[in-house]
Write a protein that binds this ligand. Sequence first.
Ligand SMILES: Nc1ncnc2c1ncn2[C@@H]1O[C@H](COP(=O)(O)OP(=O)(O)OP(=O)(O)O)[C@@H](O)[C@H]1O
Length: 270
Amino acid sequence: MNSSVPEPPRLRFENVTASRGGRPVLADVHLDVEPGTVLGLVGPNGSGKSTLLRTAYRAARPDHGRVLVGDTDLHALPAREAARTVAAMAQDNPGEFDLSVLDMVLLGRTPHTRGSGADSRRDIDLAADALARVDAEQWAARSFTALSGGERQRVLLARAIAQQTPVLVLDEPTNHLDIAHRFAVLETVVSLGVTTVVAIHDLDLAVRYCDRIAVLYGGALRVVGPPEEVLTTDVLREVFGVDASFTRHPVTGRSHLLIAGLHRKDTPVP
Ligand SMILES: Nc1ncnc2c1ncn2[C@@H]1O[C@H](COP(=O)(O)OP(=O)(O)OP(=O)(O)O)[C@@H](O)[C@H]1O
């Protein structure tokens, strides 16, 4: 981790209840992300993953409960301090206003800069370094809006990295990425050593890169723990509707989640 990033704190969703469009969506979710670890948030469409993450980057307040960084209520912090504490890569991303890729990443430095002066050499170096970490430095001078979906996704991750916060919130950071960059980007995230919560649909990627996995189902926390303890045959059937099991890769010996297909009653698990 970069030495100028503060020590990662614990992130706690303390009995969070939340609504979308006036409709209750999350009920009493209590979840800890331990300092410097990566927690994967998984669950079917509409289970509440984005809603929970929105409370952690202050796009929404919980109806009840709190989001704590260490012992501090995130929603009680001044905006600038909150932005120095939590960086996010959201699904509802910036509109079509035209910035260069470098300027888009430099937005991540805004909570750290004073006044309205030009970007410092250090900010530009940090932005360039963040772009290099996601294999995107070659696009620095290009227009952000002229990038493909996956290219934009990498640039937006660079912006979150450039923000140099001790907590990172990522909503589906790999859904537009090619296969190699899915691995590369998650390796980069893990290498940052900051407290990270990441919503992710690819369960095998979650198993590989997350220290713990939390399963949301119908707006409630179904189970949380180490990947292989959490993604049991029963949970995979009940929550995700698939038959799957862990199996060892024949060459690497690494454990992978192998999805056999949709669960159909009376079909044996392979
Ligand atoms: N703006 C909105 N207004 C009303 N309801 C909403 C709104 N956004 C989301 N919802 C509802 O809130 C629930 C949770 O949505 P959320 O986006 O948190 O789910 P998710 O687990 O992130 O889903 P996905 O995997 O599809 O991204 C869903 O039932 C969804 O229809």
